[in-house]
Design a protein around this ligand. Structure first.
Ligand SMILES: [Fe+2]
Length: 321
Protein backbone atom coordinates (compact mmCIF):
# COMPACT_ATOMS: atom_id res chain seq x y z
CA UNK A 1 0.00 0.00 0.00
CA UNK A 2 1.37 3.39 -0.98
CA UNK A 3 1.38 6.10 1.61
CA UNK A 4 -0.18 9.41 0.58
CA UNK A 5 2.44 12.12 0.80
CA UNK A 6 1.73 14.47 3.64
CA UNK A 7 -1.19 12.46 4.88
CA UNK A 8 -1.42 12.01 8.58
CA UNK A 9 -3.72 9.23 9.65
CA UNK A 10 -6.26 10.33 12.22
CA UNK A 11 -5.40 9.23 15.67
CA UNK A 12 -7.76 6.90 17.42
CA UNK A 13 -8.92 8.96 20.36
CA UNK A 14 -10.65 6.47 22.58
CA UNK A 15 -11.42 9.14 25.14
CA UNK A 16 -13.16 11.49 22.72
CA UNK A 17 -16.56 11.25 24.25
CA UNK A 18 -17.92 13.99 26.39
CA UNK A 19 -20.56 16.58 27.09
CA UNK A 20 -20.38 19.76 25.06
CA UNK A 21 -21.90 22.29 27.47
CA UNK A 22 -22.80 23.15 30.99
CA UNK A 23 -26.51 23.41 30.22
CA UNK A 24 -27.69 24.91 33.47
CA UNK A 25 -27.08 25.13 37.19
CA UNK A 26 -29.96 24.82 39.61
CA UNK A 27 -30.01 26.28 43.09
CA UNK A 28 -32.54 25.90 45.89
CA UNK A 29 -33.07 28.95 48.08
CA UNK A 30 -35.53 29.73 50.87
CA UNK A 31 -37.09 32.75 49.12
CA UNK A 32 -37.14 33.04 45.33
CA UNK A 33 -38.02 36.74 45.57
CA UNK A 34 -34.59 37.41 47.03
CA UNK A 35 -32.96 35.58 44.13
CA UNK A 36 -35.09 37.47 41.62
CA UNK A 37 -33.85 40.77 43.00
CA UNK A 38 -30.20 39.70 43.03
CA UNK A 39 -29.99 38.12 39.59
CA UNK A 40 -32.25 40.75 38.04
CA UNK A 41 -30.04 43.56 39.28
CA UNK A 42 -26.99 41.60 38.10
CA UNK A 43 -28.29 42.14 34.58
CA UNK A 44 -29.90 38.79 33.91
CA UNK A 45 -33.32 38.10 32.42
CA UNK A 46 -35.11 36.47 35.34
CA UNK A 47 -38.51 35.00 34.62
CA UNK A 48 -40.66 33.75 37.46
CA UNK A 49 -42.70 30.60 36.91
CA UNK A 50 -44.55 29.82 40.11
CA UNK A 51 -41.97 28.99 42.74
CA UNK A 52 -39.20 28.61 40.17
CA UNK A 53 -37.04 31.23 38.49
CA UNK A 54 -35.61 30.82 35.03
CA UNK A 55 -32.32 32.68 34.66
CA UNK A 56 -31.61 33.76 31.11
CA UNK A 57 -29.52 36.41 29.41
CA UNK A 58 -31.18 39.14 27.38
CA UNK A 59 -31.17 38.36 23.67
CA UNK A 60 -30.54 34.63 24.19
CA UNK A 61 -33.24 31.99 24.46
CA UNK A 62 -31.28 29.59 26.64
CA UNK A 63 -32.09 28.98 30.28
CA UNK A 64 -28.67 29.10 31.95
CA UNK A 65 -29.87 28.60 35.47
CA UNK A 66 -32.88 27.92 37.64
CA UNK A 67 -33.72 28.74 41.20
CA UNK A 68 -36.25 26.63 43.04
CA UNK A 69 -37.81 27.81 46.25
CA UNK A 70 -37.47 25.52 49.21
CA UNK A 71 -35.28 24.55 52.12
CA UNK A 72 -33.89 26.57 54.99
CA UNK A 73 -30.68 27.59 53.27
CA UNK A 74 -29.25 27.96 49.79
CA UNK A 75 -28.05 24.70 48.29
CA UNK A 76 -26.78 23.41 44.97
CA UNK A 77 -29.77 21.43 43.67
CA UNK A 78 -28.09 19.94 40.60
CA UNK A 79 -25.92 20.60 37.57
CA UNK A 80 -27.11 19.77 34.09
CA UNK A 81 -24.78 19.13 31.15
CA UNK A 82 -25.67 19.01 27.46
CA UNK A 83 -24.48 16.42 24.93
CA UNK A 84 -25.07 15.51 21.30
CA UNK A 85 -27.87 12.99 20.65
CA UNK A 86 -25.53 10.33 19.30
CA UNK A 87 -23.35 10.56 22.38
CA UNK A 88 -26.00 10.03 25.04
CA UNK A 89 -26.18 6.20 24.74
CA UNK A 90 -22.38 6.00 24.82
CA UNK A 91 -22.15 8.31 27.80
CA UNK A 92 -24.84 6.28 29.56
CA UNK A 93 -22.96 3.06 28.92
CA UNK A 94 -19.70 4.55 30.10
CA UNK A 95 -21.22 5.96 33.27
CA UNK A 96 -22.93 2.70 34.13
CA UNK A 97 -19.73 0.88 33.25
CA UNK A 98 -17.93 3.03 35.79
CA UNK A 99 -20.27 1.69 38.43
CA UNK A 100 -22.35 4.84 38.73
CA UNK A 101 -26.02 4.09 39.34
CA UNK A 102 -28.57 5.95 37.25
CA UNK A 103 -31.52 7.36 39.17
CA UNK A 104 -34.88 8.97 38.48
CA UNK A 105 -35.03 12.71 37.86
CA UNK A 106 -36.28 14.91 40.69
CA UNK A 107 -39.92 16.03 40.40
CA UNK A 108 -40.35 18.86 37.93
CA UNK A 109 -37.09 18.13 36.07
CA UNK A 110 -38.13 15.18 33.91
CA UNK A 111 -36.04 15.16 30.73
CA UNK A 112 -34.64 13.16 27.86
CA UNK A 113 -31.46 12.70 29.85
CA UNK A 114 -29.84 10.52 32.46
CA UNK A 115 -29.46 11.33 36.13
CA UNK A 116 -26.91 10.24 38.68
CA UNK A 117 -25.09 11.41 41.76
CA UNK A 118 -21.39 12.16 41.77
CA UNK A 119 -18.99 10.55 44.22
CA UNK A 120 -20.05 13.06 46.88
CA UNK A 121 -23.80 12.81 46.35
CA UNK A 122 -24.24 15.89 44.14
CA UNK A 123 -27.09 15.40 41.67
CA UNK A 124 -26.14 15.63 37.99
CA UNK A 125 -27.92 15.32 34.68
CA UNK A 126 -26.70 14.75 31.14
CA UNK A 127 -29.28 15.45 28.47
CA UNK A 128 -29.46 15.97 24.74
CA UNK A 129 -29.45 19.72 24.20
CA UNK A 130 -28.12 22.38 21.83
CA UNK A 131 -24.48 23.27 22.31
CA UNK A 132 -24.47 26.51 24.24
CA UNK A 133 -20.79 26.63 25.08
CA UNK A 134 -19.05 28.96 22.63
CA UNK A 135 -17.54 27.67 19.38
CA UNK A 136 -14.81 30.31 19.42
CA UNK A 137 -13.25 32.71 21.84
CA UNK A 138 -15.76 35.36 22.81
CA UNK A 139 -14.89 38.78 21.56
CA UNK A 140 -14.08 41.51 24.04
CA UNK A 141 -13.89 45.20 23.42
CA UNK A 142 -11.62 48.01 24.36
CA UNK A 143 -13.80 50.99 23.49
CA UNK A 144 -11.90 54.11 22.66
CA UNK A 145 -12.58 57.30 20.72
CA UNK A 146 -10.50 59.76 18.71
CA UNK A 147 -8.93 62.83 20.28
CA UNK A 148 -11.36 65.66 20.88
CA UNK A 149 -14.19 63.34 21.91
CA UNK A 150 -15.19 62.32 25.43
CA UNK A 151 -15.26 58.53 25.79
CA UNK A 152 -17.17 58.10 29.04
CA UNK A 153 -20.88 58.72 29.34
CA UNK A 154 -22.50 60.16 32.40
CA UNK A 155 -23.57 57.65 35.01
CA UNK A 156 -27.21 58.21 34.14
CA UNK A 157 -26.60 57.62 30.45
CA UNK A 158 -24.51 54.48 30.89
CA UNK A 159 -26.18 51.49 29.25
CA UNK A 160 -27.35 48.56 31.37
CA UNK A 161 -24.85 45.75 31.91
CA UNK A 162 -26.29 42.59 30.44
CA UNK A 163 -24.09 39.48 30.53
CA UNK A 164 -24.05 37.57 27.25
CA UNK A 165 -23.95 34.00 28.53
CA UNK A 166 -23.02 31.71 31.39
CA UNK A 167 -19.34 30.83 31.27
CA UNK A 168 -18.87 28.38 34.14
CA UNK A 169 -19.67 27.42 37.68
CA UNK A 170 -17.24 26.69 40.47
CA UNK A 171 -18.26 24.13 43.06
CA UNK A 172 -16.73 22.99 46.34
CA UNK A 173 -15.53 19.43 46.75
CA UNK A 174 -13.88 17.54 49.58
CA UNK A 175 -11.45 15.90 47.14
CA UNK A 176 -10.36 17.85 44.07
CA UNK A 177 -8.25 15.06 42.56
CA UNK A 178 -11.03 12.48 42.97
CA UNK A 179 -13.43 14.96 41.39
CA UNK A 180 -11.17 15.47 38.37
CA UNK A 181 -11.11 11.72 37.88
CA UNK A 182 -14.88 11.43 38.27
CA UNK A 183 -15.67 14.14 35.73
CA UNK A 184 -13.14 12.75 33.26
CA UNK A 185 -14.67 9.28 33.53
CA UNK A 186 -18.32 10.34 33.42
CA UNK A 187 -18.76 13.69 31.67
CA UNK A 188 -15.65 13.39 29.53
CA UNK A 189 -14.35 16.76 30.68
CA UNK A 190 -10.62 17.41 30.46
CA UNK A 191 -8.35 19.05 32.96
CA UNK A 192 -7.24 22.50 31.82
CA UNK A 193 -5.11 23.47 34.81
CA UNK A 194 -4.93 22.91 38.52
CA UNK A 195 -3.17 24.25 41.57
CA UNK A 196 -2.04 21.27 43.59
CA UNK A 197 -5.11 19.55 45.09
CA UNK A 198 -6.75 22.86 45.94
CA UNK A 199 -8.30 24.11 42.71
CA UNK A 200 -8.93 22.59 39.28
CA UNK A 201 -10.42 23.82 36.01
CA UNK A 202 -12.04 21.54 33.43
CA UNK A 203 -13.12 22.16 29.83
CA UNK A 204 -15.30 20.43 27.28
CA UNK A 205 -13.76 18.46 24.41
CA UNK A 206 -16.03 20.02 21.77
CA UNK A 207 -14.66 23.53 22.35
CA UNK A 208 -15.34 25.57 25.45
CA UNK A 209 -13.98 28.24 27.70
CA UNK A 210 -10.87 27.33 29.68
CA UNK A 211 -13.30 26.04 32.28
CA UNK A 212 -16.98 25.17 32.19
CA UNK A 213 -16.64 23.45 35.56
CA UNK A 214 -14.19 24.47 38.25
CA UNK A 215 -13.51 22.75 41.56
CA UNK A 216 -12.21 24.10 44.85
CA UNK A 217 -11.35 22.18 47.97
CA UNK A 218 -13.58 22.39 51.00
CA UNK A 219 -14.89 20.08 53.68
CA UNK A 220 -18.02 19.24 51.68
CA UNK A 221 -19.73 19.89 48.33
CA UNK A 222 -21.40 23.24 47.66
CA UNK A 223 -21.90 26.00 45.13
CA UNK A 224 -19.28 28.75 45.08
CA UNK A 225 -20.11 30.89 42.06
CA UNK A 226 -21.65 31.19 38.65
CA UNK A 227 -19.69 33.22 36.10
CA UNK A 228 -21.20 35.42 33.43
CA UNK A 229 -19.42 36.61 30.31
CA UNK A 230 -19.49 40.34 29.59
CA UNK A 231 -17.90 42.11 26.65
CA UNK A 232 -15.56 44.57 28.34
CA UNK A 233 -13.71 45.50 31.49
CA UNK A 234 -15.89 48.60 31.52
CA UNK A 235 -18.93 46.34 31.85
CA UNK A 236 -17.32 44.57 34.79
CA UNK A 237 -16.82 47.90 36.55
CA UNK A 238 -20.27 49.21 35.69
CA UNK A 239 -21.91 45.98 36.84
CA UNK A 240 -20.03 45.97 40.13
CA UNK A 241 -20.95 49.59 40.79
CA UNK A 242 -24.60 49.05 40.00
CA UNK A 243 -24.78 46.03 42.29
CA UNK A 244 -23.19 48.09 45.06
CA UNK A 245 -25.79 50.80 44.45
CA UNK A 246 -28.48 48.15 45.03
CA UNK A 247 -26.91 47.09 48.31
CA UNK A 248 -24.79 44.21 47.07
CA UNK A 249 -21.57 45.77 48.24
CA UNK A 250 -19.52 42.72 49.16
CA UNK A 251 -17.37 40.83 46.73
CA UNK A 252 -13.93 40.69 45.22
CA UNK A 253 -12.46 42.55 42.28
CA UNK A 254 -11.55 44.12 39.99
CA UNK A 255 -8.79 41.69 39.15
CA UNK A 256 -7.39 39.26 36.64
CA UNK A 257 -7.02 35.53 37.10
CA UNK A 258 -3.92 33.62 36.04
CA UNK A 259 -5.60 30.30 35.18
CA UNK A 260 -8.20 31.18 32.57
CA UNK A 261 -6.80 34.73 32.24
CA UNK A 262 -10.20 36.37 32.68
CA UNK A 263 -10.79 39.76 34.22
CA UNK A 264 -13.25 39.46 37.09
CA UNK A 265 -15.39 41.02 39.72
CA UNK A 266 -17.33 38.75 42.06
CA UNK A 267 -20.48 40.00 43.75
CA UNK A 268 -21.51 38.23 46.96
CA UNK A 269 -25.06 36.93 46.69
CA UNK A 270 -27.62 36.92 49.54
CA UNK A 271 -26.60 33.38 50.56
CA UNK A 272 -22.84 33.78 50.80
CA UNK A 273 -21.93 32.47 47.36
CA UNK A 274 -21.02 34.66 44.39
CA UNK A 275 -21.83 35.74 40.85
CA UNK A 276 -18.88 36.72 38.69
CA UNK A 277 -18.67 39.27 35.91
CA UNK A 278 -16.02 37.78 33.62
CA UNK A 279 -14.35 39.09 30.49
CA UNK A 280 -11.87 37.62 28.00
CA UNK A 281 -11.54 34.13 29.45
CA UNK A 282 -9.17 31.77 27.60
CA UNK A 283 -10.76 29.46 25.05
CA UNK A 284 -9.82 25.86 24.26
CA UNK A 285 -10.86 24.93 20.72
CA UNK A 286 -12.31 21.57 19.74
CA UNK A 287 -9.63 18.91 19.31
CA UNK A 288 -7.04 21.17 20.87
CA UNK A 289 -4.78 19.42 23.33
CA UNK A 290 -4.38 22.09 25.97
CA UNK A 291 -1.28 21.41 27.99
CA UNK A 292 -2.58 21.32 31.50
CA UNK A 293 -0.30 22.42 34.28
CA UNK A 294 -0.02 21.96 38.01
CA UNK A 295 0.67 25.43 39.33
CA UNK A 296 1.79 26.85 42.63
CA UNK A 297 -1.38 28.03 44.38
CA UNK A 298 0.19 31.28 45.59
CA UNK A 299 1.38 32.09 42.07
CA UNK A 300 -1.69 31.16 40.04
CA UNK A 301 -4.82 32.43 41.77
CA UNK A 302 -4.80 35.96 40.45
CA UNK A 303 -2.39 38.08 38.46
CA UNK A 304 -3.49 41.31 40.08
CA UNK A 305 -6.37 42.58 42.14
CA UNK A 306 -7.26 43.49 45.69
CA UNK A 307 -6.55 41.20 48.61
CA UNK A 308 -8.90 38.23 48.73
CA UNK A 309 -11.61 38.82 51.35
CA UNK A 310 -11.94 36.12 53.97
CA UNK A 311 -15.55 35.34 53.07
CA UNK A 312 -14.56 34.48 49.50
CA UNK A 313 -13.53 30.96 50.44
CA UNK A 314 -16.37 30.17 52.85
CA UNK A 315 -18.58 27.22 51.99
CA UNK A 316 -21.89 28.21 53.56
CA UNK A 317 -23.42 24.90 52.50
CA UNK A 318 -20.90 23.14 54.72
CA UNK A 319 -21.98 25.27 57.67
CA UNK A 320 -18.85 27.46 57.56
CA UNK A 321 -19.11 31.07 58.65
FE1 LIG B 1 -14.98 32.01 37.88
Amino acid sequence: MTAIAGYVAPEAKSGDLGVHSLDQFVLAVPDATVAQDFYGNFGLDVVRDGNTLAIKTFGHHHRWGSVVEGGKAKALHHLSFGCYAEDLPRLKARIEGAGVKLIDPPPGFESNGIWFRNHEGVLMEIKVAPKVSPDAKSDSQWLTVPGGVAAASTRAAAPPVQPRRLSHVLIFTSDVLASISFYERTLGLRLSDRASDLVAFMHGIHGSDHHMLALVKSSAPGFHHCSWDVSSINDIGLGAMRMADKGYTKGWGLGRHVLGSNYFHYVRDPWGSFSEYSCDIDYIPKDDRWESGDHKPEDSFYLWGPEVPREFTINCEAGES
